[in-house]
Design a protein. Structure first.
Length: 132
């Protein structure tokens, strides 16, 4: 839980309010120009929000549920109409055509597996993602 809380806090601090995506600070520090939003960052934000919002005694489950919904929306923006996943989004909303690593797909599977497990457990409580 401590790792999820640290990850959740970092993700919340990195969310760009205009776009609703977690932007990577190091892409700007390296002089790469526009900051980038990596799909993995959105997935980690989703996983952390799910863990934190579904933890026993979580008093801000509704806020974390909102974060989980926003993170899930961000993740789905990386999916093309043809069922392919993109990996890197520029600050202006364009995507970079790069190959997606197998490690990245494993994280994607893990995040969705966790979301399905939580949503199907009926112990969701205040955490509702609105997936019907």
């Amino acid at each position: 839980r401590a790792a999820a809380e640290l990850l959740y806090t970092h993700a919340r601090e990195s969310v760009d309010l205009r776009s609703g995506f977690v932007l990577d600070a190091k892409s700007q520090q390296n002089g790469a120009g526009a900051r980038r939003a990596y799909r993995d960052s959105q997935l980690l934000w989703l996983k952390a929000a799910l863990v934190m919002g579904n933890s026993p005694g979580s008093e801000d489950g509704e806020e974390r549920g909102d974060d989980a919904r926003q993170a899930l929306y961000a993740v789905f923006q990386y999916l093309t109409d043809h069922g392919l996943w993109r990996d890197v989004r520029l600050e202006d909303g364009r995507f970079i055509g790069e190959a997606v690593s197998a490690r990245s797909l494993r994280l994607l599977h893990s995040a969705f597996e966790q979301a399905v497990r939580i949503l199907s457990s009926r112990t969701v409580g205040k955490l509702q993602l609105g997936l019907h």
